[in-house]
Design a protein around this ligand. Structure first.
Ligand code: CUA
Length: 155
């Protein structure tokens, strides 16, 4: 088969760029220890239900108006399914997965993170107005993905 010389050149250039990109990513991951953004704490994904504080997921009050919410994502639900916080509360969410990659998103709040098995994702938000916020999984995780939701009730 005859491949035009300039076409061969373009293919070689494309392959060379792929090799450079993969080398950069691999170097960053292995040498510099890069991890996904917001994932600073690791966890054994096979032992989530025995690892504190994820053995008792839920809401903890840390100070007046400041809360920590620990969530476990697994096909196809979030635990806890619902939390109640007062208006004005600053909530820091700590989320991990007991199985596959999930998403953790509260639309129109800026809360949006991937939930990767083996890592704890952290994101904070101040709920200024009362209301019921839907919390959804926005990473396709299987047949029941569209059913995977919880809520945050601000009173
Ligand atoms: Cu969990 Cu999609």
């Amino acid at each position: 088969m005859h491949v035009h010389r300039q076409e061969r050149l373009w293919m070689a250039l494309g392959i060379a760029m792929l090799v450079v990109f993969l080398a950069v990513i691999t170097t960053a991951a292995v040498v510099d220890g890069f991890v996904p953004p917001s994932h600073v704490q690791s966890i054994d994904p096979t032992r989530v239900s025995e690892t504190p504080p994820f053995d008792h997921p839920g809401l903890r009050k840390v100070a007046d108006g400041a809360y920590e919410a620990y969530y476990v994502a697994r096909v196809f639900s979030f635990t806890p399914a619902s939390i109640d916080v007062p208006a004005g509360a600053r909530v820091t969410f700590y989320v991990t997965s007991a199985d596959v990659e999930h998403g953790f998103s509260i639309p129109e709040t800026g809360v949006n993170t991937m939930v990767t098995p083996g890592w704890v994702s952290t994101v904070s938000h101040t709920f200024k107005e009362p209301g019921t916020f839907l919390l959804v999984c926005n990473e396709y995780c299987g047949a029941g993905h569209h059913l995977m939701a919880a809520k945050v009730v601000v009173k």
